[in-house]
Design a protein around this ligand. Structure first.
Ligand SMILES: C[S@@+](CC[C@H](N)C(=O)[O-])C[C@H]1O[C@@H](n2cnc3c(N)ncnc32)[C@H](O)[C@@H]1O
Length: 192
C-alpha cells in the first residue's frame, strides 16, 4: 500500500493520473473555500487520488454531511478506503461520469481533481454534463488547472465548457506553492 503514491501511479498510468505529484495543501484549501461546504449535506469529489482534497473537504463538512469520492484507479480507491476512517466518507471505485447514480440525490458541491486536459474530449463533456445534472440549482463546482496549460487549446476548452454550463464562473489567484503552480476555477449555478 505504501508504494501507491500519485507519482508511482503517474509513471504507470500517465494519462489517467494526469499529475506528477499530489496537489499541495494550499491548493486543497483554495479548492474548498467559499463553496458553502460548511452548510452542504452532500458533496462529491471526483478523482481524489491520495486524498489531499478529501481531507480538506472533511475538515469543513458538518458531522451529519456526506462526502462521496469517486476514483477510477482501483489502487488509489483502495488506498483511500484503507487510510481514511470517517463515517461521512464513501469511496466509490468508478468513473466520474457516473456521479449522479453514485450520489443518489441532489449534490450541493462537486470538488474535482480530474485531469481534464488529458481526458478524451467525449469523456470530458459527458463528465461535465453529469456534474451539471447532479448539482442543486445553487450548486457549486471547483476544479483546478495548471498555470502553464491554461492557454493551451485543452485548457481554453475547459474554461469555455465551464462558461457554457454555469451561470457564473470565476478564477482564483495562482497557488504558487504547488507542483506545478495552479489556480482554481469556481463555478456556481449550473445551467440546467
Ligand atoms: C491530477 S490527479 C489529482 C489527484 C488529487 N485530487 C490531487 O489533487 O492530488 C487525477 C485523479 O483523477 C483520477 N481519475 C482520472 N480519470 C478519472 C475518471 N474518469 N473518474 C474518476 N477518477 C478519475 C486519477 O486516477 C487521479 O487520481
Amino acid at each position: 500500500m505504501s508504494a501507491v503514491s500519485l507519482t508511482t501511479q503517474f509513471l504507470r498510468r500517465p494519462l489517467m493520473t494526469g499529475a506528477v505529484a499530489a496537489s499541495s495543501r494550499r491548493l486543497a484549501r483554495a479548492m474548498t473555500q467559499h463553496i458553502g461546504l460548511e452548510e452542504a449535506k452532500l458533496v462529491v469529489e471526483l478523482g481524489p487520488g491520495t486524498g489531499v482534497f478529501t481531507d480538506a473537504v472533511l475538515g469543513l463538512l458538518a458531522p451529519d454531511a456526506r462526502l462521496m469520492a469517486i476514483e477510477l484507479n482501483p489502487h488509489l480507491a483502495e488506498r483511500l478506503v484503507a487510510t481514511r476512517r470517517d463515517d461521512r466518507l464513501t469511496v466509490v471505485h468508478g468513473a466520474a461520469a457516473e456521479l449522479a447514480r453514485a450520489a443518489g440525490g441532489p449534490v450541493d458541491a462537486v470538488v474535482s481533481g480530474l485531469p481534464w486536459t488529458v481526458m478524451p474530449p467525449d469523456e470530458r463533456r459527458r463528465t461535465l454534463d453529469a456534474v451539471v445534472r447532479a448539482l442543486t440549482p445553487n450548486g457549486r463546482f471547483t476544479t483546478f488547472a495548471y498555470l502553464h496549460a491554461a492557454w493551451t487549446p485543452p485548457g481554453r476548452r475547459l474554461a469555455a465548457d465551464l462558461r457554457n454550463r454555469f451561470h457564473a464562473v470565476d478564477r482564483g489567484p495562482v497557488v504558487w506553492p504547488n507542483l506545478p503552480p495552479a489556480f482554481v476555477h469556481r463555478a456556481v449555478s449550473p445551467r440546467q
